[in-house]
Write a protein that binds this ligand. Sequence first.
Ligand code: CMP
Length: 147
Amino acid sequence: MAIERTLALIKPDAMARKLEGKILDQILERGFRVVAMKKIKLDKYEAGCFYAVHRKTSFYDDLTTFMSSDEMIALVLEKENAITAWRDALGATDPAHAAEGTIRHTWGTAKNRNICHGSDCPDSAAYEIGFFFSGIEITRSNPEVSQ
Ligand code: CMP
């Protein structure tokens, strides 16, 4: 399996409930390396760009209003098979259907208040990491470059 990177967001509902410490514990306990991390508040336009793929859905307005309602934490996570591993850690989009022990099962309250985001495929991960982080913020440990 290849070492991959994925984009994780700790969403406003988690921040409002002061769950960021517990979620960071989960990230580390599950063996992810945190490549980069920042606290950020999007405006509605920026949230709309991030979720542009959902722009024709009935929930787009609620989603972008919610995702621009407060600060979030954005992280680049790295491990083998990171995209699937992080989505497995989260559980199903709807917390009511998420498996026991997953982050959304433990803390999520509704499909539109589901605590964290994770990229769903390599193309999304590349777009989403680039949305939040510049190259210099995610360049680490290049063995071919001497310091
Ligand atoms: P996330 O993983 O951030 O990706 C898109 C988000 O849209 C998703 O989590 C949910 O919070 C939200 N979402 C997806 N489907 C629905 C739906 N049917 N109704 C409301 N919100 C949804």
